[in-house]
Design a protein around this ligand. Structure first.
Ligand SMILES: *[C@@H]1O[C@H](CO)[C@@H](O)[C@H](O)[C@H]1NC(C)=O
Length: 421
């Protein structure tokens, strides 16, 4: 986005009244004018082609404001300026006649120094340094971020699977979903959907892309023994690792191990096919899996997967689930999940190591859910922290074995993604 273009050619008309916000833009020197009409539903503006969610602002249709092809500015995907123009044409042409009377004409502001106050409400600001566009709303400059057409479905579906069922899939990528189903303004979020693997409809619910930085940030990526961080953080499903949105970006900081809210994951799981998929990547810089498989849980059996404060142990032998292998390239390793354990925020130790989700084969011990150390088997197992004493207290394990790189525990991997369908 070239600031000169915005400054010179765009006049933005913004009107705010109690129940409607209209933003009309007129570009001169272009063949067609572009008008965006935004209809707010409380904190959120709906656009014929998308919407703005205030707080974490996404504006679809802003592409119509630009005539230049644009590179990604740090988001997941590049912006397609050319395509943006298409959808705006043939727009319903509504409400401008009403709201135009109240238009406040303004140009895009460039100065970062202006504090967003009531006087500037509705003004747009382009920050040259960061190449980002902001709107002044309720005394805060909120960033406008473009997303590609098709990423937004309105109203949002409940899951990636539902988007697929409704024929709205645009391939793998970020989509708005709302598993709760009501109050989109509050509950909708952007999720990464794998729409192609084994039928598609997979929602990314957790990932690990670095072994230690997310567990104990104070050690700067080093092993956690001696860390001041609470050892209970070693659980990938600890609240501290919860994010409103999980994408496939590869991180080596605190965002290297993240998950969606467990209640949301459970909703996706129960409303879908009760399947949990594990993608293991052993080489490369992307998400091409070396091993990929999913457990399809037996719907006629009760389970408490992703229910906090309850632990459960599910086995292949009991036909609690079936194990479906999608990809298996390391032929010298086995790839079997005989047991899946879930125990988040449980009072007692179900595993004598960090809580959360684990998969592997049972060790020959009488401890519940104790997984075998089997470096020949691809599995999700870690020994960051242990629980000891009475009452149980977490402490860093003397021998640090992370999810990804540990020998002697499991087959080393570079990254792991966990999906639900
Ligand atoms: C997860 O989401 C549910 C439902 O919205 C909410 O009640 C709960 O507080 C959330 N949990 C956390 C840890 O944020």
């Amino acid at each position: 986005m070239r600031v000169s273009l915005l400054q010179r050619f765009i006049v933005l008309c913004i009107a705010f009244h109690s129940s409607d916000i209209s933003l009309a833009s007129k570009r001169q020197g272009q063949h067609k004018d572009t008008r965006l009409t935004l209809k707010p539903v409380r904190g959120q503006l709906t656009l014929s082609s998308g919407r703005i969610k205030l707080g974490e602002v996404y504006l679809s249709g802003i592409n119509g404001l630009r005539g230049e092809r644009e590179k990604a500015t740090g988001g997941e995907k590049g912006l397609k300026g050319d395509q943006g123009n298409q959808g705006e044409k043939g727009e319903k042409g509504d409400s401008c006649s009403d709201s135009c009377r109240k238009f406040v004409t303004s140009t895009v502001r460039q100065t970062a120094s202006d504090a967003c106050n009531t006087r500037l409400e509705g003004e747009l600001r382009y920050d040259k340094t960061t190449a980002k566009l902001y709107i002044c709303s309720r005394k805060q400059w909120r960033q406008l971020q473009t997303v590609l057409r098709g990423e937004i479905n309105s109203p949002p579906r409940k899951s990636c699977l539902e988007i697929l069922f409704n024929g709205e899939s645009q391939g793998d990528g970020m989509y708005w979903i709302n598993p709760i189903g009501t109050n989109h303004q509050r509950n909708a979020f952007r999720a990464y959907c794998d729409m192609t693997t084994s039928g598609g409809g997979w929602t990314l619910v957790a990932k690990v892309t670095h072994d230690y930085s997310w567990v104990c940030p104070d050690r700067d990526g080093g092993m956690c023994l001696g860390s001041k961080t609470n050892p209970l953080n070693a659980n990938l499903f600890h609240d501290i690792h919860q994010r409103d949105s999980v994408d496939l970006s590869i991180k080596s900081n605190v965002d290297a191990g993240v998950h969606l809210n467990d209640t949301i994951i459970r909703l996706l799981f129960v409303a879908g096919r009760q399947s949990v998929r594990f993608t293991f990547v052993s080489s490369g810089n992307d998400w091409t899996p070396s091993e990929d498989a999913y457990a399809a849980f037996n719907p006629s059996k009760k389970n408490s997967m992703f229910v906090d404060h309850e632990w459960g142990q599910y086995t292949l032998d009991n036909v609690d689930y079936t194990w479906n292998i999608i990809q298996h390239t390391r032929k010298d390793k086995t790839f079997s999940g005989k047991i899946i354990c879930w125990g988040n925020k449980v009072k007692h130790s179900y595993r004598f190591y960090d809580h959360g989700l684990h998969i592997g084969s049972p060790a020959s011990a009488h401890k519940p859910c104790l997984l075998d150390n089997n470096e020949n088997e691809v599995m999700l197992k870690s020994h960051y922290a242990t629980l000891q004493g009475s009452p149980l207290k977490a402490r860093w394990d003397m021998a640090q074995f992370g999810f990804l790189g540990a020998q002697y525990v499991q087959v080393p991997n570079k990254r792991i993604a966990i999906w639900v369908r």
